[in-house]
Design a protein around this ligand. Structure first.
Ligand SMILES: C[S@@+](CC[C@H](N)C(=O)[O-])C[C@H]1O[C@@H](n2cnc3c(N)ncnc32)[C@H](O)[C@@H]1O
Length: 694
């Protein structure tokens, strides 16, 4: 991004800032932006309890502020702006949202809750692009995003607190302080964009302008075919590989008296509009206002989840001109997307059957359907397609993935209901789809933390194995023969590495999980005393690279079967690190490389206790006193569903199992390893380390 050209794109346009905050004014003015200030009349009264995450509240408030100005100006100011910018800054601490204090006591309450702690400052920003049409209608396009900055306050004494409050500075500022003035003295550190704390994330804003005006989102599709779609929806038609910016679709606002009822934006104070969407810090998104809304939901819901809400609720209140009396409310058989109604679900307990219980049991009964919908969408490259071409409708998606429109429609709606996709109304209320935050972060192939490899492994290998769970439980053995028709002694050498295709798929699965867990494992302990490490069964080297990144003095040898080592280079074609090397061998048979630290990440769970003891004997023989073993596994200690289900996974796949940290400690002790230190990371894997004593 080159800053001046971005700002200069706005020269000659009527840019309006829907905020009177002097700090926002100053930031934008200093950046060279020419704009008018039209303070929004929107009252900041949205119910915070209705938002899942604090940033959604800030984004929604910013959006409503900007919308109010964009709609008012053609009438009251008799001119239509080109761009309206709205912003809202909030401070969050201990799960609470702090806005501007109402009086000194409120300021005291806020500032003392920040004392000595780290808090987050979120600014939600909405950019509305207004396009005046020949018939005096105005089309609006909305892009929103948020920025988070972490700020830590020093311990504040009572004297300091009151001195600051009495200075008068806290009163008009979110969280009760202004970092750019006296309040700066309270701050120990800032992580992130400083201007975001002042009130406007200038850098992120400029990046969004760049996206809007230079259309420069990138698409690198690693596995799925690259997409060339001629988009017939309302946003810019493109036949090149370069996608349009992630915004689009209009709602119209007529300057004539016959306002278009169904297409005019109608922000509803005290209730979030349908635009409570999750999006990444980087992805702007368009949010239409007319959607079927599930109360307390952070996402727009499609018909599928509407039906679920419907079936779990005794009474639905329909707020529309036609139906005012909730007692008389009846359900429309199929709420059409274009209908200007919002549904608010009224909680109604029928005594014995609680909604939460029904939801919990439904989630469990239907969990497999959700998994399979995710697997299928991933398999069909839907998340990659929508990453490079957001805003396609079901027919366009179906054409690209070579599938039926009927089936694609249902899969897309299921993904919307699961929070994987977002949908918005296109022309003739035809839903247009784009990736939701989860898909952007984990489901597209080129995301740094893409789990696509693991999902494919789940679909092709774990799913068939789990369909024989009952046999596995009855027999206490893995189900490889039943699922794949072939008897095998060693899951790796006889099953996964028998075909190049299956091997690569398995390696991709391991790689994707190791990328997500690598940093948490690599930084679980202070490893600065170790110079050399050997990652036994280290597969693609994903953890090894995280280890060398986290510990500059450490070199890591990845030790794995020859079939794996010959492919490992494929995973790091460019990024070579001469502190990572690969050695091919069999850890049950060959001599292990010498190292100060032996790492076993998701290796021991593949094997029964006898085999674990063989491997630990090998390591104990190779390791001198003072050397250590680091085990990274999902440990059963907390009995979370994740680790317990992983243990079932080991049952259907291997001869191994998940274990508790104390079980690993007991096993290590038998091989002359001493006290075990355990770290339960917040990631998929936990870690134990133990030093050899003799
Ligand atoms: C479940 S994977 C874990 C991979 C990696 N440590 C991770 O956390 O992503 C188990 C690894 O052990 C390797 N492995 C299995 N048997 C082995 C053996 N006999 N000798 C060396 N490596 C082996 C597999 O090839 C595979 O890479």
């Amino acid at each position: 991004m080159v800053l001046r050209p971005v700002i200069s794109k706005l020269l000659g346009k009527l840019v309006v800032l829907a905020s009177s905050s002097p700090r926002r004014l100053e930031i934008l003015h200093n950046a060279g932006l020419r704009f008018e200030v039209v303070p929004s009349w929107f009252k900041e009264t949205l119910d915070k309890g209705l938002f899942k995450a604090p940033y959604e509240y800030a984004v929604e408030t910013a959006k409503q502020k900007a919308l109010e100005v964009a709609r008012r100006m053609p009438f009251k100011h008799l001119k239509t702006p080109d761009i309206v910018i709205g912003a809202d800054t909030i401070v969050t601490v201990d799960g609470k949202i702090l806005e501007k204090p109402v009086d000194k006591d409120d300021a005291y309450r806020m500032l003392s809750s920040l004392s000595g702690k780290e808090h987050s400052v979120f600014t939600g920003v909405a950019i509305i692009l207004c396009h005046e049409k020949e018939n005096e209608e105005v089309d609006y396009q909305l892009i929103d995003f948020y920025e988070e900055t972490k700020v830590k306050f020093a311990d504040l004494s009572e004297d300091m607190l009151w001195e600051y409050i009495n200075s008068g500075e806290p009163m008009d500022k979110a969280g009760g302080y202004g970092i750019q003035a006296l309040g700066g003295m309270l701050v120990e550190y800032v992580h992130g964009d400083f201007l975001n704390v002042v009130g406007f994330p200038l850098n992120h804003f400029c990046k969004q302008l760049d996206l809007i005006y230079n259309q420069s989102t990138s698409s690198t599709d690693q596995e799925c075919p690259s997409v060339h779609v001629s988009n017939s929806s309302s946003h810019a038609t493109s036949t090149s590989t370069q996608p349009p910016p992630k915004m689009s679709t209009q709602f119209s606002h007529s300057t004539s008296s016959s306002t278009k009822r169904n297409s005019e934006p109608k922000p509803r104070p005290n209730s979030p509009s349908a635009s409570q969407t999750h999006h990444t810090n980087d992805s702007p998104s368009f949010s239409p206002v007319h959607k079927v809304m599930k109360k307390n939901s952070n996402s727009e819901v499609g018909e599928g989840s509407w039906m679920l809400v419907n079936s779990l609720s005794k009474r639905i209140e329909i707020q529309s001109a036609e139906l005012q009396d909730p007692e008389k409310a009846t359900l429309p058989s199929t709420p059409s997307r274009g209908q200007a109604i919002e549904l608010n679900v009224t909680e109604h307990e029928d005594g014995e059957l609680k909604k939460e219980d029904l939801e919990q049991i439904t989630e469990l009964m239907d969990g497999f359907k959700a998994s399979k919908a995710l697997f299928t969408a991933s398999e069909l490259c839907i998340f990659d397609l929508l990453q490079s071409r957001p805003g396609l409708d079901a027919a366009q998606v179906a054409k690209e993935i070579k599938a039926s429109v009927k089936g694609t429609e249902r899969l897309l709606e299921a993904c919307v209901s699961l929070g994987l996709l977002k949908s918005k109304d296109g022309m003739h209320h035809n839903p247009l789809y784009e990736n939701a935050d989860l898909a952007v972060r984990f489901l597209r192939s080129d995301a740094p933390f893409s789990l696509r490899g693991y999902i494919q492994h789940c679909n092709s290998t774990v799913w068939p194995l789990f369909s024989h769970l009952e046999s596995a439980v009855r027999e206490g053995t893995n189900q490889r023969e039943r699922a794949f028709g072939k008897k095998s002694d060693d899951v790796f050498q006889d099953t996964y590495y028998n075909s190049q295709e299956v091997k690569l798929r398995f390696m991709k699965a391991m790689h994707s999980i190791a990328k997500v867990t690598g940093k948490a494992v690599a930084t679980a302990f202070d490893l600065s005393n170790f110079k050399t490490a050997c990652d036994l069964g280290g597969c693609t080297g994903a953890l090894a690279y995280e280890l060398t990144k986290a510990h500059p003095g450490l070199s890591v040898t990845v030790f794995d079967l020859p079939a794996v080592v010959e492919m490992s280079e494929h995973f790091y074609p460019q990024q070579k690190d001469n502190r990572v090397s690969f050695v091919a061998g069999d850890f049950f048979q060959d001599e292990l490389p010498k190292a100060d630290l032996y790492i076993l990440a998701r290796v021991l769970h593949d094997w029964p206790d006898e085999k674990v003891h063989i491997l630990l004997t090998e390591i104990a023989d190779a390791a001198a006193p003072g050397c250590a073993v680091l085990i990274a596994e999902t440990m059963l200690d907390g009995q979370t569903p994740y680790s317990a289900l992983q243990s079932l996974n080991m049952l259907v796949q291997t001869e191994g199992r998940e274990r508790t940290a104390s079980k690993y400690a007991e096993m290590l002790r038998k091989h002359r390893f001493g006290k075990t230190h355990v770290v339960h990371t917040k990631n998929f894997l936990d870690a134990v380390i133990s030093i050899k004593i003799s």
